[in-house]
Design a protein around this ligand. Sequence first.
Ligand SMILES: C[S@@+](CC[C@H](N)C(=O)[O-])C[C@H]1O[C@@H](n2cnc3c(N)ncnc32)[C@H](O)[C@@H]1O
Length: 271
Amino acid sequence: MTSADDLLRDPEYVRSVQYATGRNLAARSGLHDVYGTAAEPFRHWEAALVDWPAVETVLDVGCGTARFWDNPTLSRSLRITLADSSAGMVGEALAAVAGHGYAAPSGATCDAQSLPFDDDSFDLVVANHMLYHVPDPAAALREFRRVLRPGGCALVATNSPGHMHQLNAAIAEATGPFEQRLNEVFGIDPAEAMLRGIFGSIVWHTFVNALMVTSVDDLLAYATSFPPGQLADDAQRTHLRAVLDQAVFDGGGRMRIDTRTGAFVVAGAAT
Ligand SMILES: C[S@@+](CC[C@H](N)C(=O)[O-])C[C@H]1O[C@@H](n2cnc3c(N)ncnc32)[C@H](O)[C@@H]1O
């Protein structure tokens, strides 16, 4: 069993290699954008879970390239703070949000486990698909609760085991078996157990979606954007392309990839 997946939980690798820029993330989010079969993209579906009239100040933790804010229905007067452990990501996120016309967004390069904000500072915390990278996700969740004002809520998106299993199986066929701890450490069940000790109200929402991918190049770009595919040698990459080619052929010109993803809406303090 390779330990390549461990890298994705190593803060130094996460900050300065995997997410030094938005490039790897773009290869993955692009696949979802182009080939998702749901009626709307994840970020629009998730934004609809929020009671926006009650929100003025928002903290987006692990903001990446700020894709959540690419949504024409959201008020441009929201006061958005974009936080990420990667300075490169904060820079890209600020540029993206300014480009979307939001007023005066601010940025912070910081660790979710130790946020540089006062207690009760935000109406909403957004933490999308990031807690599985954090060494102590419960510490980060306690920080979210601390910086939320009474009555505020947090959106916490995550994946579960089985997420994109067809693609992971193809990668394993080419590079050898690998553990997929990311989908386990903060999958729905462990995440819910962790949230129960911290927040008073916890509701899980499932995003029903499957990708139907027609381009082997796009599949390969996704598969080689993170370990172990990213660490594959030339022979393994050639093998991976052949496996993906076959999968698309077998699917009549498209490869079906199932997702296991969604978001918790959490609020209040556990008693
Ligand atoms: C999978 S990306 C998700 C980006 C964005 N939330 C989205 O959904 O498109 C994970 C992001 O979390 C950031 N991250 C990872 N560990 C972090 C930590 N301990 N504190 C703050 N940000 C972190 C990464 O730099 C990366 O930008």
